[in-house]
Every structure is written in structure tokens, then in C-alpha cells.
Design a protein around this ligand. Structure first.
Ligand SMILES: Nc1nc2c(ncn2[C@@H]2O[C@H](COP(=O)(O)OP(=O)(O)OP(=O)(O)O)[C@@H](O)[C@H]2O)c(=O)[nH]1
Ligand SMILES: [Mg+2]
Length: 196
């Protein structure tokens, strides 16, 4: 007799699952975020950054030696049995087609932002708006990055009033989970209250 999914240990009975995509520019901490919140060992597709890549990518960061070339994948179970499947997108603009395909079936997007390069977040927000996927902006608080008020950040991002903005340290479980809960809460809001 075939065993149920819960007997095989995939999902608890009655679980609701949610696919979300973590987006943002190169090096904003997407892979770090998925790794921090995932309760399973995350899938990663990291490749070494090379001098050759400098010809096509703006990857001027001295703290990183690898970059995501396809996606990250992780899973987190939240209170109430909601299972969140996290897909971390690649950050470089030439991967836009890959990001569009990751957005297929996604119920929400988490856009990580580094305040050193706010303008590099526009492409991610545009992709989400284009796909009609609701999103939350999470400002990753790198110690080297300038601090701005929420109002200034909203203005710089031209963020609609109904899109939540949170601050996160992608390396810290508590903080990353808070950002994830903000997104899932937004996704589970009553139908009709989303504008994108
Ligand atoms: N100070 C600080 N460093 C961070 C934080 N999050 C990530 N980092 C570091 O910043 C770098 C960015 O890491 P990744 O997680 O690979 O970034 P990414 O967005 O996945 O990068 P790509 O896939 O190449 O676009 C790593 O060296 C992290 O250790 C943070 O919240 N604070
Ligand atoms: Mg990455």
C-alpha cells in the first residue's frame, strides 16, 4: 500500500505550502538569506567569480568569490504548518529570463536591498510588478551601508504605500524569519487587497 506524503516525511497533513522568490541585485545577500532561514540544507548553485566575468557583469565587490548562476532552494515551516519553499534568484541582470521562470507559480517575492546601491533594486521590483506577484522589500543592513529612514527608502524605491518594507540582517535567523513572516502575512491577506 502506498504511504501518505506525511508518512514519507515530506509535509505534515493539512500543511499549506507557499512558493516565494528572494530577489535583488548582485551581492545583496539572497543566498545568505535562504541559507539562514532554511530548515534543510539549502541547494546552491554557486560558481566562482572570474576576471572574465568583469567584461559582462558589474561585480565590483571584494567580499565575494562566488555568485549564484541558477538559483538557491530552501524550505522553512512556519507556525500553523505553513511550509515556505524559498527560491533564491541570481542577481546579475543577464539572468532576468531565469528570474522570470522562477516567478512562475510564486505567491510572493522578497526583494533584498543594499542601501549602497538602491537603484540596482529597480529591476527586481519591475520583474515582480510585471509578473503581478506581491512583494515585500527587505533592506539588508550591511554595517558599511548608509542608514536611511523608511520614508526616504520608500521614496527612493517609489514603493507603493501598500507594499511592506522591513529591515533585515540576512545572516541572523530571528531577523530573516521576521522578514519571511512579513511576506507570508502579506500573501495571506484577504483577496482583493493587493494592488500589483
Ligand atoms: N554585513 C553583512 N554582510 C552580509 C549580510 N548578508 C550577506 N552578507 C555578506 O554579503 C555577501 C553577499 O552574499 P550572497 O548571499 O552570496 O549574496 P547574493 O545576493 O546571493 O549574491 P549573488 O547571488 O551573487 O547575486 C556575503 O559575503 C555575505 O557574507 C548582512 O546582512 N550583513
Ligand atoms: Mg546568490
Amino acid at each position: 500500500m502506498a504511504s501518505s506524503a506525511s508518512e514519507r516525511g515530506y509535509l505534515p497533513d493539512g500543511a499549506r505550502s507557499v512558493k516565494i522568490v528572494v530577489l535583488g541585485a548582485f551581492g545583496v545577500g539572497k543566498t545568505t538569506f535562504v541559507g539562514t532561514v532554511s530548515e534543510m540544507r539549502p541547494l546552491r548553485t554557486e560558481e566562482r567569480l572570474t576576471r572574465a566575468g568583469e567584461l559582462v557583469d558589474d561585480v565590483a565587490v571584494d567580499t565575494k568569490s562566488t555568485t549564484t548562476v541558477a538559483m538557491d532552494f530552501g524550505r522553512r515551516t512556519l507556525a500553523g504548518g505553513i511550509v515556505v519553499y524559498l527560491f533564491g534568484a541570481p542577481g546579475q541582470p543577464r539572468f532576468a529570463a531565469m528570474i522570470r521562470s522562477l516567478l512562475t507559480g510564486a505567491l510572493g517575492g522578497l526583494v533584498l536591498v543594499d542601501t549602497r546601491h538602491i537603484d540596482r533594486s529597480y529591476a527586481s521590483i519591475d520583474l515582480l510588478e510585471e509578473a503581478g506577484v506581491p512583494y515585500v522589500v527587505a533592506v539588508n543592513t550591511f554595517s558599511e551601508s548608509p542608514g536611511y529612514s523608511e520614508a526616504v527608502l520608500r521614496d527612493a524605491l517609489t514603493l507603493p504605500d501598500d507594499r511592506p518594507l522591513v529591515f533585515v540582517d540576512a545572516r541572523t535567523m530571528q531577523s530573516a524569519k521576521h522578514a519571511l513572516v512579513a511576506l507570508v502575512t502579506d500573501i495571506l491577506r484577504p483577496a482583493g487587497s493587493h494592488t500589483p
